[in-house]
Design a protein around this ligand. Structure first.
Ligand SMILES: [Zn+2]
Length: 255
């Protein structure tokens, strides 16, 4: 399984790119950063877009993506998400006020995207992967994802505060090779993390006691301007003798 990290931060600024994880060239998790990291040719190869939730930093590039690939793609993009996520996108983005409804453009039978509602703990097949959403604890309804092929699995926590369901799914995952975890705020901003449904290094240290498996662990969702302090706090964490990594330090990973 190949992962291209197009962006993995909790905001946009100089050196910070909002979250988009591209698996096997055709499956994208979230639409925080697409256009600035991919040629148009590569962008047109994305067939499946799975959303964790609708916070702006996770959807911001979708309108530009559809605009840039308009009529170039060979088949419509499939957008996957919870009923809540899909309705929010329809009502508040593709409402012909904020952005055109590309699901019926250029004509209703040649729309640029279709939507598919997905449910937690059901498995969906896309891009050669089995993809299973599960509920996490954030300030709006949010899915984490387990992505698997024949030889490996990866868990993406999405934006979340400490969450029992995440550890239940992670502990049961077969051939688990990677865990990508929210670590948005420094310990000094624990109250903001609590209010906004995110995780700090203190939370993570505590939560990892629930994690029985041994695999590489990466953190993501660093807030703008906080990478130095978050890297310092991350350097003090380990799990089963392994240091944790920042996903920001990786452009491509193989699992
Ligand atoms: Zn969020």
């Amino acid at each position: 399984m190949k992962l291209d990290v197009l962006g993995c931060d909790g905001g946009r600024g100089l050196g910070y790119k909002t979250t988009s994880l591209l698996f096997n060239d055709t499956v994208l998790i979230d639409a925080g950063t697409i256009q600035s990291e991919l040629t148009l040719e590569r962008a047109c190869k994305i067939e499946h877009l799975f959303f964790t939730h609708t916070h702006f930093d996770h959807i911001v590039d979708l309108p530009f993506f559809l605009d840039a690939t308009f009529e170039r793609r060979k088949k419509p993009l499939t957008i996957y998400g919870s009923a809540n996520t899909l309705k929010t996108l329809k009502d508040h983005v593709f409402n012909n006020k904020i952005w055109p409804d590309f699901s019926v453009l250029p004509t209703p039978d040649k729309g640029q995207f279709t939507m598919k509602e997905i449910k937690p703990l059901e498995t969906y097949r896309a891009g050669g992967l089995n993809i299973m959403p599960f509920n996490v604890d954030h300030s709006v309804p949010t899915f984490g994802y387990k992505l698997s092929d024949e030889s490996s699995s990866v868990i993406f926590s999405a934006d979340t505060s400490p969450c029992q369901e995440l550890w239940r799914v992670a502990n049961e995952a077969e051939h688990l090779k990677g865990l990508i975890m929210d670590m948005s705020f420094p310990i000094s901003e624990q109250h903001v993390a609590n209010l906004s449904g995110h995780t700090t290094a203190n939370d993570l240290e505590h939560e990892l006691q629930n994690f029985n498996q041994d695999c590489d662990i990466y953190t993501f969702s660093f807030k703008v301007g906080m990478a130095d302090i978050l890297d310092e706090e991350l350097a003090k964490l380990s799990h089963k003798g392994r240091k944790l990594h920042s996903l920001r330090d990786h452009r491509t990973l193989s699992f």
